[in-house]
Design a protein around this ligand. Sequence first.
Ligand code: F0G
Length: 362
Amino acid sequence: AHQWRGVVTEYAERLPTHVRERIVTLGEGGTPLVPAPALSDRTGADVYVKVEGMNPTGSFKDRGMTAAISAAAGRGAKAVVCASTGNTSASAAAYATRAGMTCAVLVPDGKIAMGKLSQAIAHGARLLQVDGNFDDCLVAARKLAEVYPVELVNSVNPDRIEGQKTAAFEIVDALGDAPDIHCLPVGNAGNITAYWKGFREYAGLDAGEAFGAVATRTPQMWGFQAAGAAPIVKGHPVDQPETIATAIRIGNPASWEQAESARDTSGGVIEAVSDEQILAAHRVLSAEVGVFVEPASAAGVAGLLARAERGLVPAGARVVVTVTGHGLKDPQWALRTPDGGEVAPTRVTADVVSIADALGLD
Ligand code: F0G
């Protein structure tokens, strides 16, 4: 019987040898690519969602973390550090504990979802809440790793990008070729960088030359930032980024240039979506597609729907949207109505007649 062995082993030949010397894996990757008829109907395209919430710690970060922690373990590292809006810290904590390493995480005070905070603590991270935003945390984490014996496992670590590029490989393997358009949220811009690298390599470009082409083409990369945290769209850093999508509440992305390059060389776009659009897309994903995501993860769908409304999605185009993190990370948004009210469960007594009555059954 075959069991998925994690992305470093499954795609070993396409990853650098130093990430394979001591593989630390929790079985990440191999996530479902789910057809989304509700999104196809709304856009006139052929839409799939790549459900990255199905990774071991509930987000795409695990793909990069297996590579980064494996490489650190191979070098004999004892401690790692990251700055995080939550998911990176949950992932780093899990993989570091698995490798027997200490993990320090710097998170913006009060601006990280409870599920993610719980994960980092459960996995034994040294969690420090920093009086500042994600960008401040990242500056501090980088300096700490420069001066002290701890390795940085943010996506500025190239091993993270190597691991995360495997998601593009999986999509091409599932569809038989690259999609026409790939949509995803953009925060610190590591993931758009990684996908673009993966799609290029599978098309036989750059480092993929040695392997020949699996795909005949590369997709347009469509990235979406939250409107209150949209530095790449605005063309300048945002000092006080604000959005309910805390995962992408980032004002000065580390991989800014790489994201622009992915956008421009792919013929794609990076646009902003409002929090209202994000929450509307979140509802479509939950209530119509059947996939529960955290708000940031809905930004790619929000952007696709916004562009479809403007007539910018070609009819019949094959579109993949990466939904990056699980809904259970930050579940409170499901309990809000579109006008900001609260959804309260209906209370009944435990008898069949009152239950049938509450359900409107005759
Ligand atoms: N979606 C989710 C759920 C995320 O957690 C992140 C980033 C992104 C999208 C954006 O990806 O940064 O590669 O452009 N989260 C980081 C963290 C910043 O610390 O967990 P990106």
